[in-house]
Design a binder for this molecule. Structure first.
Ligand code: 5GP
Ligand code: ZN
Length: 114
């Protein structure tokens, strides 16, 4: 989808700080970080949201988690911990409709449910 910001980041049409990329997944730094480490882990395939996933896309979910584990280790926060968030739809304030997992860490965070 050519008008998708994250598709353009994946193809490097729009610059970003990519920290990992393979044939399935791209990981780049969030432009407006909410923690000391804030990475976005995205499938290279354009899937707008979890609600748009099909059964054949299940492998992509596994690849997202494997990439999260890898970049957390490379960022030096494997032991200190991190939070993985996927916002879906309006009530969760999803802004970019290309499925993405936020990886947040590098500092002590408040519990999101109080
Ligand atoms: P959402 O609210 O959809 O879960 O998260 C979208 C995220 O994308 C936000 O954290 C926002 O800061 C990030 N973002 C928006 N535009 C850009 C951009 O052009 N480059 C990068 N690297 N991140 C972006
Ligand atoms: Zn896209």
């Amino acid at each position: 989808m050519t008008d998708c910001l994250f598709c353009k980041i994946i193809t490097k049409e729009i610059p970003s700080e990519i920290v990992f990329q393979d044939d399935r997944i791209t990981v780049f730094k969030d432009i407006n970080p909410a923690a000391a480490v804030h990475l976005l882990i995205v499938p290279n395939k354009h899937i707008p949201s979890v609600r748009d996933m099909n059964p054949g896309d299940e492998e992509i979910l596994g690849a997202l988690f494997s990439a999260a584990k890898r970049v957390a280790e490379e960022s030096g926060i494997k032991e200190s911990g991190y939070r993985l968030i996927i916002n879906n739809g309006p009530d969760a304030n999803q802004e970019i409709f290309h499925l993405h997992m936020h990886l947040l860490g590098g500092e002590k965070m408040k519990h999101p449910m109080g």
